[in-house]
Design a protein around this ligand. Structure first.
Ligand SMILES: Cc1ncc(COP(=O)(O)O)c(C=O)c1O
Length: 350
């Protein structure tokens, strides 16, 4: 067993807050946000809305709560929400849209996480048939986590937007890593969010803040979202302490994401050559890769994870015999080299 610190590629959520974040938190000016009296939260919400090109934004404790608030605002109980079949909102939020809001997810398969427009259209229920459920919302994810951090460019968003407008549906974007999509495409976040009804973004993933996400949209959407946040138990008091770190993340961390992407690309290229590893090194444009491992070489995914850990490397399970690796600010070139060396050792030993 290696005694060196573990190189943690499980997720970009594992990062430590930066010294600048801790300082900003210690010095934050705060008030009771349930009374609307926290100046630091007000600054964070205004800045987030500005970056995303929306009228308003609302701080929420987690990405999951942000998604669930948006769906609750857009969809009436008993209506269907069209989601990509491996999307976070469908797969990893514990059925919350059904449990909390009476919404029925309608999954559509999307190669590379991108639902074909025809696939979405096929599942929009015709309003003329009275005994069918209604469709209320289409939910997109950009980047798409479990498709390997894949990116939806503006043209693909536009197609869905046109369809949703034609059929009277709301569109919500799970943009937990919208920052990564914008960095990979070399465009602004606002250009990817334009025209959508709501967007959820996370400060606590690649941007290194310890806690927090936001939902953004029109003033009317955010007013309603604020009510639902309270309903879901997410009204917070002197929460400017968290907003202070998130403000630092917005100003200081977005520009760094291309480094995570470059490191991931090198990692993907190095792993792709190894015996028993299947991955297309060109398929991962941001900071996430999914590697399919041959169980005859690596054993089961659980065995592979524990053998990697013995060699000082943490990865995540991604279903079946696949593993997920994520780059972030707290893994550097030495960690990446250690990771490749560990995979190489397993691939030659098996
Ligand atoms: C794409 C996506 N959406 C939403 C979430 C949920 O965020 P949180 O863990 O803050 O609830 C995650 C978490 O990893 C995610 O990857």
């Amino acid at each position: 067993m290696s005694t060196a610190p573990l190189s943690d590629f499980r997720s970009d959520t594992v990062t430590q807050p930066t010294p600048a974040m801790r300082k900003a938190m210690a010095e934050a000016e705060v008030g009771d946000d349930v009374y609307g009296e926290d100046p630091t939260i007000a600054r964070l919400e205004a800045r987030t809305a500005e970056i995303l090109g929306f009228e308003a934004a609302l701080f929420v404790p987690s990405g999951s709560m942000g998604n669930q608030i948006a769906l609750r605002v857009h969809g009436r109980s008993g209506t269907e929400v069209i989601v990509e079949e491996r999307s976070h909102v469908f797969h990893y939020e514990m059925g919350a849209m059904a449990a909390l809001s009476g919404l029925l997810p309608r999954p559509v398969a999307g190669p590379l996480g991108r639902m074909p427009v025809a696939g979405i259209e096929a599942w929009i229920r015709p309003a003329s048939v009275y005994y069918l459920p209604r469709t209320s919302v289409v939910c997109l994810e950009n980047t798409h986590n479990f498709a390997g951090g894949t990116v939806l460019p503006r043209a693909a968003i536009e197609e869905v937007l046109v369809l949703a407008r034609k059929r009277g549906l709301a569109i919500h974007l799970d943009g937990a890593r919208l920052w990564n999509a914008a960095a990979a495409l070399g465009v602004t976040e606002a250009s990817l969010a334009h025209g959508l009804d709501s967007v959820m973004v996370c400060f606590s993933k690649g941007l290194r803040a310890p806690v927090g996400s936001a939902v953004a949209g029109s003033k009317a959407f955010v007013a309603e979202a604020r009510r639902v946040r309270k309903l879901f138990g997410g009204g917070m008091r002197q929460v400017g302490i968290l907003a202070a770190a998130a403000l630092v993340s917005l100003e200081e961390e977005r520009g760094r994401l291309t480094q995570d992407h470059a490191r991931l690309a090198r990692l993907a290229k190095d792993l792709a050559g190894l015996r028993g590893v299947s991955l297309d090194p060109g398929a991962f444009p941001t900071n996430i890769l999914i590697a399919d491992l041959d169980p005859r070489v690596f054993g089961s995914a659980a065995e592979a994870l524990s053998r990697l850990k013995e060699r000082g490397v943490l990865a995540g399970a991604a279903g079946g015999s696949s593993l997920r690796l994520v780059t972030h600010a707290d893994v550097g070139d030495t960690d990446a080299e250690k990771c490749v060396a560990a995979f190489r050792e397993l691939s030659t030993a098996g």
